[in-house]
Design a protein around this ligand. Structure first.
Ligand SMILES: Cc1cc2nc3c(=O)[nH]c(=O)nc-3n(C[C@H](O)[C@H](O)[C@H](O)COP(=O)(O)OP(=O)(O)OC[C@H]3O[C@@H](n4cnc5c(N)ncnc54)[C@H](O)[C@@H]3O)c2cc1C
Length: 231
């Protein structure tokens, strides 16, 4: 049996190689989208031609989103708890996650390579400062992770249950979850999370998802690129 913490074959690494997002499965193609739009007229086509691409663009442009809901992706995501917290606010995804009530193996912690400064203009945002030497603070984060892990193990070894012992684990503990979403809601997620308003860490995942799904929806990606958005 494979372990959940091993990325699937199709995956993109993020957060300096400490996290990843992988594609587990997908349903439908771009021709499914245009066929779904044509269900209204009782017509079906198997190949995409130029008129279909125009129809696809029209659907996205006009937020005629229901045909996009016939494309579905399932991802496996390995990320820090604080990214998972932001991700799970997206209610249109279906989630399943490894439970620390069941298992205490394969515990990892995300240690950023470089710390960012607090933005002054926006209380939610941060700024990369090349002159900020954060290496000593990063080493302290690493030591703190090890200390939390040692306390967690001490609690378990003292007979404390896993469901209480986990409360001492920090926000940067890595978790793995599966997320399934249709394309309409995925595009909404990508708009919000591949944005300069989103936290850098979750943005890394949004950018990685774009890379992963581009081969499956090349004309959708090209549409956003034509509009000047990175894909
Ligand atoms: C940059 C940024 C900063 C944020 N800061 C905060 C913050 O400080 N505090 C905070 O609490 N959250 C914050 N959030 C989370 C944000 O409020 C949303 O919860 C999150 O982005 C999910 O968006 P969504 O609801 O549109 O997505 P989904 O939950 O995937 O929903 C997609 C769409 O479906 C519809 N929908 C889904 N559920 C319902 C429902 N129950 N009723 C009606 N319509 C529904 C809506 O049209 C919605 O836009 C932030 C998000 C971002 C991107």
């Amino acid at each position: 049996m494979e372990h959940l913490n091993v990325p699937p074959q199709e995956h993109v690494k993020v957060l300096d190689g400490q996290g990843w997002v992988g594609l587990i499965d997908h349903l439908g193609t771009e021709s499914t989208i245009v066929n779904a739009a044509r269900v209204s007229f009782g017509k079906l086509k198997s190949d995409m031609d130029e008129r279909d691409v125009k129809l696809l663009e029209y659907l996205i442009d006009n937020r005629h989103t229901s045909p996009l809901e016939h494309i579905v992706f399932t991802f496996s995501i390995h990320c820090p708890l604080f990214v998972r917290g932001q991700w799970h606010r997206h209610r249109t995804w279906s989630y399943n996650e490894i439970s620390r009530r069941y298992t205490e193996i394969d515990m990892e912690f995300y240690t950023p390579q470089q710390l960012r400064r607090q933005a002054e203009s926006n209380r939610q945002a941060s700024v990369a400062d090349p002159d900020f030497d954060s290496s000593a603070l990063v080493a302290e984060i690493d030591a703190h992770n090890k200390h939390c892990m040692a306390l967690y193990e001490k609690l378990l070894n003292s007979g404390v249950c896993r469901e209480q012992a986990r409360s001492v684990l920090p926000q940067n503990m890595m978790v793995t979850f599966w997320g399934t979403v249709d394309l309409a809601n995925l595009l909404h997620f990508l708009e919000l999370r591949d944005s300069e308003h989103a936290q850098w860490e979750i943005r890394e995942y949004a950018i990685a998802i774009k890379k992963l799904i581009k081969p499956y929806i090349p004309n959708v990606a090209a549409y956003f690129e034509k509009k000047g958005q990175a894909w």
